[in-house]
Design a binder for this molecule. Structure first.
Ligand SMILES: NC(=O)c1ccc[n+]([C@@H]2O[C@H](COP(=O)([O-])OP(=O)(O)OC[C@H]3O[C@@H](n4cnc5c(N)ncnc54)[C@H](OP(=O)(O)O)[C@@H]3O)[C@@H](O)[C@H]2O)c1
Length: 288
């Protein structure tokens, strides 16, 4: 495609809003849809075409990015737009929806819309990296037919990693989030221990800094814990969803720590922490 593709973004939450904003900044024509329309209205001045329905948003799009909360929502919205997609469009499912929903969508589109290229394209990175186009896109599917998606991924990310047949990326995303979830829980517990011994989270970071354990992610989360500001970069309830998706897809692999974390995080969600950043698990531990 010699010209920039027309893009539709379905879901203007923390991540989808950042995708749309970056695409607009880079001169793409962007159609957006969100269940709660108000979440996209701040992008109208930047040129967003904000639609009242997902079906309307996708009609003229060469590339459709889908960034919705979970598998059930994504399946519902994609069934609604299936017949409306432009012939030959590239459909990129970017939410973390798990193996079962992804495989079902791949089969559904192969059967109902073989002209549409379905790319399984979840991302690594949270809200702030998404706003700065610093996420990684893990893409899988027919890359040769998906050339229209590549400049779109380039505009919203620091890079794209292609992993093979559609469905592979969703599996890799669960691997990455299993590591992230374990890291967050371990960090929260280590910070609790440090506090018990009279150390601040800054003391902990100063010891880690410069060494192999100084993950930048840990620094961001330690700062959140120190400030007590848990404005969500990644909602605890969505991280719990991801733990569950990994456990459901794990087959024979034993993941006992992830099982325990999932049970604990469910208790935290039940106690009202779900809409905060996942680092709020430290507050939940403190309240026990
Ligand atoms: N935040 C992260 O760090 C991160 C990183 C990588 C991947 N992800 C994944 O990306 C996806 C989106 O995450 P996010 O952080 O952008 O979440 P978010 O800010 O909570 O946004 C969720 C989006 O889904 C929509 N939605 C929820 N339920 C719906 C329904 N029943 N019908 C229609 N739309 C519905 C929301 O619409 P409303 O505005 O109307 O509620 C919103 O557009 C999730 O799968 C998440 O796991 C998140």
């Amino acid at each position: 495609m010699s010209q920039q593709p027309v893009v539709a973004v379905l879901g203007l939450g923390a991540m989808g809003h950042a995708f749309a904003a970056n695409l607009l900044k880079k001169g793409f024509s962007v159609h957006g849809w969100n269940r709660t329309r108000a979440r996209g209205e701040d992008l109208l001045d930047a040129g967003l075409h904000l639609s009242d329905s997902a079906a309307q948003a996708v009609k003229s799009a060469d590339v459709v990015l889908v960034m919705l909360a979970d598998g059930a929502t994504t399946q519902q919205v994609l069934s609604d737009v299936q017949a409306e997609l432009k012939s030959g469009a590239t459909l990129c499912q970017m939410g973390t929806i798990g193996v079962e929903a992804t495989d079902a969508l791949i089969a559904q589109f192969a059967q109902a819309r073989p002209d549409v290229v379905f790319i399984d394209a979840p991302v690594s990175g949270t809200k702030a990296p998404a706003e700065n186009a610093q996420i990684l896109v893990m893409a899988s599917g027919d890359r040769a037919r998906a050339s229209a998606a590549e400049p779109v991924f380039a505009a919203i990310s620091k890079g794209q990693q292609w992993l093979g047949a559609a469905g592979a990326s969703t599996r890799m995303k669960l691997v990455v989030n299993s590591w992230l979830i374990g890291l967050m829980q371990s960090l929260a517990e280590s910070e609790r221990l440090a506090e018990t011994f009279g150390f601040s989270s800054d003391d902990v970071w100063k010891v880690l800094e410069g060494g192999p354990l100084a993950a930048p992610y840990a620094k961001v989360k330690l700062d959140m814990i120190a400030s007590g500001d848990f404005t969500p970069q990644m909602h605890l309830v969505l991280a719990l969803k991801d733990a569950r998706l990994a456990l459901e897809a794990a087959g024979d692999a034993k993941l006992p720590a992830l099982e325990n974390i999932s049970a604990l995080w469910q208790q935290a969600v039940d106690a009202g922490y779900g809409e905060q950043d996942l680092a709020a698990i430290s507050q939940y531990l403190k309240a026990q």
